[in-house]
Design a protein around this ligand. Structure first.
Ligand code: SAH
Length: 252
C-alpha cells in the first residue's frame, strides 16, 4: 500500500498522529526533499529505505512504488498533498498498476502562515472567502484565474509558489483593484526554526520582499484580515441563538 502523507508546513511536530505512525512503520519513504523538513525522517525504522523525490521523475517515483508492491510505502508531501502536490498523477498511475493507496492530510502552509501571524482569513465584516492561488510560472494558470482577475474579489488571498515574482504579484494585485494600502505579508518557512515574517502593504510588497531577500519557500498573504479588528462574530454573541445555546436577546 502507498500512503500519501501531508508532512505539514515544516515543524516536525505539526504532522498528524496518523502521518507520524505511518512514517514509523514505513518500509520505504519517498519524501519531497525540496520542502519537507528532513527532521521528520528521524522516526523512520533503521532498515527503512529513503528516497528524495526532488531528484526523481514521476516515472522513477512510480517505479519505486511498483518495486515495493505489497510493502508500506510513504509518499511524504509538504503541507497538505491536495495543494500543488502533483499527487493526482501518482494516484492515477497507481490505479493503473492496481496498487492500493490512501491519503492522510496535513497542515497546509497557508494555515501555518496564518498561525505564525495570528491571523484569521474569515473575519465577519472583512471577508468570508479565501482564494488560494499562484502566479503563472512554468506551470500556466488559466486566464480566468489570473491574479489580476482574482484580485477583483477583494477577498483574503494566499498566493503560493510566487515569492520569486513579487513585482508581478504586486502589479497584478494593484491592477485587479486592491488598494496600495491593503495589508499584505510574506511568510517565509512558516513553523521552521528560520521562519521569517514580513508585514507590508500591497504597494510595498515587492520592495519589502527584496529588502528581506526572500525569493522562495514563502507564501504571500493579502487582505484586510491582516489588520484584524472588525465586527465580532455572531456565533459567540450572547444575543445569538444557536443549535447548542439559547441567546439572551440582548445585543452587546
Ligand atoms: N502542499 C503544500 C504546497 C506545496 S507548493 C502546502 O499545502 O503547503 C510549495 C509552495 O508552498 C512554496 O512555494 C510556498 O509558497 C509554500 N510553502 C510551503 N511550505 C511553506 C512554509 N513552511 N512557509 C511558507 N510557505 C510555504
Amino acid at each position: 500500500m502507498v500512503h500519501f502523507v501531508g508532512a505539514g508546513p515544516g515543524a516536525p511536530d505539526l504532522i498528524t498522529l496518523r502521518g507520524a505512525e505511518l512514517l514509523r512503520q514505513a518500509d520505504v519513504i519517498i519524501y519531497a526533499g525540496s520542502l519537507v523538513n528532513p527532521a521528520l525522517l528521524k522516526v523512520a525504522r533503521k532498515d527503512c529505505r529513503i528516497y528524495n523525490s526532488a531528484e526523481m521523475t514521476l516515472e522513477q517515483i512510480i517505479a519505486v512504488m511498483e518495486e515495493n508492491r505489497g510493502k508500506d510505502v510513504v509518499r511524504l508531501h509538504t503541507g497538505d498533498p491536495c495543494l500543488y502536490g502533483a499527487v493526482r498523477e501518482q494516484m492515477d498511475a497507481l490505479d493503473h498498476l492496481d496498487i492500493p493507496w490512501d491519503d492522510t492530510p496535513g497542515v497546509s502552509s497557508f494555515c501555518g502562515a496564518a498561525a505564525a501571524l495570528g491571523a484569521e482569513y474569515t473575519l465577519p465584516d472583512i471577508s468570508q472567502t479565501v482564494i488560494i492561488t499562484r502566479m503563472a510560472g512554468r506551470t500556466p494558470v488559466p486566464e480566468s484565474e489570473s491574479l489580476k482577475n482574482l484580485a477583483q474579489h477583494g477577498a483574503s488571498m494566499a498566493v503560493f509558489l510566487s515569492a520569486g515574482m513579487l513585482d508581478e504579484v504586486q502589479e497584478a494585485l494593484l491592477q485587479g483593484g486592491y488598494g496600495a494600502d491593503v495589508p499584505a505579508a510574506i511568510v517565509y518557512k512558516a513553523s521552521w526554526p528560520d521562519e521569517r515574517i514580513v508585514r507590508c502593504t500591497v504597494g510595498t510588497l515587492a520592495q519589502s520582499g527584496r529588502a528581506a531577500d526572500i525569493r522562495k519557500t514563502a507564501i504571500i498573504l493579502v487582505g484586510g484580515f491582516l489588520s484584524g479588528g472588525g465586527e465580532r462574530s455572531k456565533l459567540y454573541d450572547p444575543a445569538f441563538t444557536t443549535e447548542f445555546r439559547e441567546g439572551n436577546g440582548l445585543c452587546v
